[in-house]
Structures are given as structure tokens and as C-alpha cells.
Design a protein around this ligand. Structure first.
Ligand code: SF4
Length: 254
């Protein structure tokens, strides 16, 4: 029970606030519940499309392509593409988060994610057209230029302050020292087997892990295979404690 409460502490806090509000100001509480349901309804309409989009990115867009165009080495080209992606997007900003998380998992850099999110929030093309109509084209152009410069600088600063390890990814939920293949994503390209033949082999056009006893001298190669895997199918959580390794039954050994 405590685990469930801990995992959903934000939701529990919101429910408690509502209860207090209902006891102290019924009118405001009803108004708040109405607003909440309005947003829940809006999210229920938008989020299935977004989850479909993230699943398509996950399954169809090769990791190497994301790394080339949006990764750490993508430079100005990456910033420009990110700006474009954010500007042509549609929908509320909360829809951008799952998309950005998928891009991040596939190798996009933190600075480019900041650019996408910020462009999505403040310089979407339909928004610019409205701005020019109501506040003049000159106002819109000057704001667009200054906002774009600020967004790129902000992306750079955030990438220095927030590291990839600070962002929770699915992999963190597996046991330390474990190596797995997400079978449904594997396209059987064989890159992992070439890089770490002691740990991977291809069977029925899918990679399988043949040795779960991770030796320290192989960790670098497994990490490389994970990075190079075009389908993002390898999950590897390195053992953080020196000497902590698992045998084939995943029982901890000294
Ligand atoms: S590199 Fe990735 S996609 Fe290719 S065989 Fe290995 S796990 Fe599958």
C-alpha cells in the first residue's frame, strides 16, 4: 500500500487538496473538478495519437539517424532541425514530452531536446501567424529572432547542467549488471554479435543474449553494441559496485 502511495504521491497530493477544498469551499472545489475533467478529456483525445507517434519513432526511425541529425555531434544542423521540428508541431506542450523522451532514448542530445520543447511551446508557426496579425509582423519577427537565440543558448546551458544519467530511462528499472534484448524491436542486423560475440548471437533473425555473466573487460564492447544498435533493442545496466557480477541464473556472486 505504501509503495502504491509513494509511486503515485503527486496524484495522492492532488486528491488530498481536493478533499480539503471540498470541505472548505464547495463552490471553488466544483469549479476545479470541472476544469480537471476538461483537461483530462483533452488529454484523452490527444495522447493516443502521441503514443502512436512515439511507437512509430521507436520502431521505425533508426537510432543512427537520430544520432546523426539530433545527437551530440549534430552541431548547428541539429539545432536547426530541432527548431524546425518544434515549430511545425501541433498540440499542447505536454504532448511534446513523450515524443522528446523517445528521441532522447534514441540518441538526441539534451540541448536539441530543449530546443524542440521550447520551439514547440513558444514559436509554433500558427502562433507566429496570429502574432503577426494582432501585434504586427515587425513585432513577431523581432520576438522570433530573440526567442530563437535565447532557446539555443538555453539548450547549451541546460546540456551542461543536466546529464543524460539524470533523466530516468526504462533501463534503470532492470537489475544492476543485467543485459537483455527487447525482442520485438530487434531487426537481426547482427551489429551486436560482431561487437561482442561472447554475449550475443543471432537465432531466427533475432539477437539473443548467450552469456549473462558480464565480465568487466567486455563491458565497453557491450556498451558500444547498445549505442550502435539501430533499433535501440539492447538494455544493459552496468554493475556499479566494483566486483558485483551475476551468473547465468542472475544470482549475485562475489
Ligand atoms: S544490434 Fe540491435 S537490432 Fe541488431 S541484432 Fe543486435 S539487438 Fe538486434
Amino acid at each position: 500500500m505504501m509503495d502504491i502511495i509513494k509511486k503515485n504521491r503527486f496524484l495522492v497530493a492532488v486528491i488530498l487538496i481536493y478533499l480539503v477544498l471540498f470541505m472548505t469551499n464547495m463552490e471553488k472545489a466544483s469549479l476545479s473538478v470541472g476544469n480537471s475533467f476538461y483537461y483530462i478529456k483533452e488529454m484523452l483525445m490527444i495522447m493516443p495519437v502521441i503514443f502512436l507517434l512515439t511507437a512509430l519513432i521507436e520502431a521505425w526511425v533508426p537510432k543512427e539517424m537520430i544520432m546523426e541529425y539530433l545527437g551530440d555531434e549534430s552541431g548547428l544542423k541539429g539545432s536547426f532541425i530541432s527548431l524546425l521540428l518544434g515549430s511545425v508541431s501541433a498540440g499542447p506542450i505536454y504532448a511534446a514530452f513523450p515524443v522528446c523522451k523517445t528521441l532522447l532514448k534514441k540518441g538526441a542530445s539534451i540541448s536539441n531536446i530543449v530546443v524542440i520543447l521550447s520551439a514547440w511551446a513558444v514559436i509554433k508557426i500558427p502562433m507566429l501567424a496570429n502574432e503577426a496579425k494582432f501585434l504586427s509582423p515587425k513585432f513577431m519577427a523581432v520576438r522570433w529572432i530573440l526567442t530563437t537565440i535565447s532557446i539555443i543558448i538555453m539548450g547549451y546551458i541546460i546540456s551542461k547542467l543536466v546529464k543524460r544519467e539524470d533523466i530516468p530511462m526504462e533501463e534503470e528499472r532492470i537489475e544492476e549488471g543485467r543485459l537483455l534484448i527487447k525482442e520485438k524491436y530487434c531487426i537481426g542486423c547482427g551489429i551486436c554479435r560482431e561487437l561482442a560475440p561472447k554475449y550475443f548471437k543471432i537465432e531466427n533473425q533475432k539477437a539473443i543474449v548467450i552469456n549473462k555473466d558480464i565480465e568487466e573487460q567486455w563491458e565497453e564492447k557491450i556498451r558500444k553494441a547498445k549505442e550502435k544498435c539501430p533499433a535501440n533493442a539492447i538494455v544493459f545496466s552496468e554493475a556499479k559496485k566494483p566486483g558485483k557480477r551475476f551468473n547465468k541464473e542472475l544470482t549475485e556472486i562475489e
